[in-house]
Design a protein around this ligand. Structure first.
Ligand code: SAH
Length: 251
């Protein structure tokens, strides 16, 4: 809905899922086809961008690890600026906007500037990659909980994770943005008491045509990553549930 009080446009933070257009929600598709301008980052696939009607402006604000094309503050500002010019601004984000997507920071900024917004959930990488690799994130008797953590940290800061909380052998740990600090993450998890031979997997470009999967163990993750030359976007999954995947992969 356009913002009546200020004449400003409306911004919708739309989750685009892991990359395959089939995994968009109908609501996401609705907004992709109706936005007056589309603001997207690197994780939004070309196939999904292909659904944007011809002639609609697409603004790339791509962020790749270590080289931000636009700083988050600049993206926040851009959304405000676009909302003063357009009725419907669609901010497309990979996965779910509210899972390691900084969507909430954009929402805070919009509120501060009196701009109305909505959020459309998307399939987050953990769900998309779990299904694609046939790794259930929970399984009775094997994983009673699941944790999503990020392996990324602000420049100059260490990883801010309470490692001891990841030691539960019946917890699946899903690590977003984990490649850069992989050695550090693995060492910390083992030191905190997670068994080195805990099954693990790397899923690169999960739920897309380019998907690659390697099944390994916690201690061998760094080696497997090197051997397979895994690149972002890759998701790491650690836990007993990987054993189930080996069974579920038999069609
Ligand atoms: N908001 C997104 C996450 C953004 S952080 C979501 O909900 O999924 C970016 C990280 O997500 C990547 O570094 C990677 O770890 C993970 N990721 C996103 N899409 C992925 C995919 N298709 N395959 C594997 N990992 C993915």
């Amino acid at each position: 809905m356009p913002n009546q009080a200020t004449d400003n446009g409306h911004v919708v933070l739309v989750g685009a899922g892991p990359g395959d257009p089939d995994l968009l929600t109908l609501r996401a598709l609705h907004f992709i086809q109706r936005g007056d301008v589309i603001v997207h980052d690197r994780l939004v696939s070309d196939e999904i961008l292909g659904l944007v009607p011809e002639g609609v402006e697409k603004v790339f604000v791509g962020k790749a690890p270590g080289r931000h094309i636009l700083k988050q503050e600049e993206i926040n500002e851009l959304l405000v600026e676009l909302a003063t010019k357009h009725k419907l601004v669609v901010r497309l984000k990979g996965g779910d906007p509210f899972v390691f997507g900084r969507g909430s920071e954009e929402a805070e900024h919009l509120i501060k500037h009196g701009i109305s917004y909505d959020v459309v959930p998307g399939i987050t990488a953990a769900a998309g990659c779990g299904a694609a690799a046939r790794i259930p994130l929970t399984h009775r008797g094997m994983a009673r909980s699941v944790r999503f953590i990020t392996g990324h940290h602000k420049e100059g800061h260490g990883l801010d994770i309470d490692w001891a909380t990841l030691a539960d052998p019946e917890m699946t740990v899903v690590i977003y943005m984990g490649l850069k600090n992989l050695n550090n993450i693995v060492a910390n998890m083992i030191q905190a008491g997670r068994a080195p031979d805990t099954p693990a997997a790397i899923v690169e470009n999960g739920a897309t045509e380019k998907q690659r999967i390697a099944y390994t163990s916690l201690q061998d993750l760094p080696q497997t990553r090197l051997e397979g030359d895994f690149k972002p976007p890759s998701l790491l999954i650690v836990g007993q549930v990987i054993e189930i995947a080996k069974i579920l992969n038999h069609d």
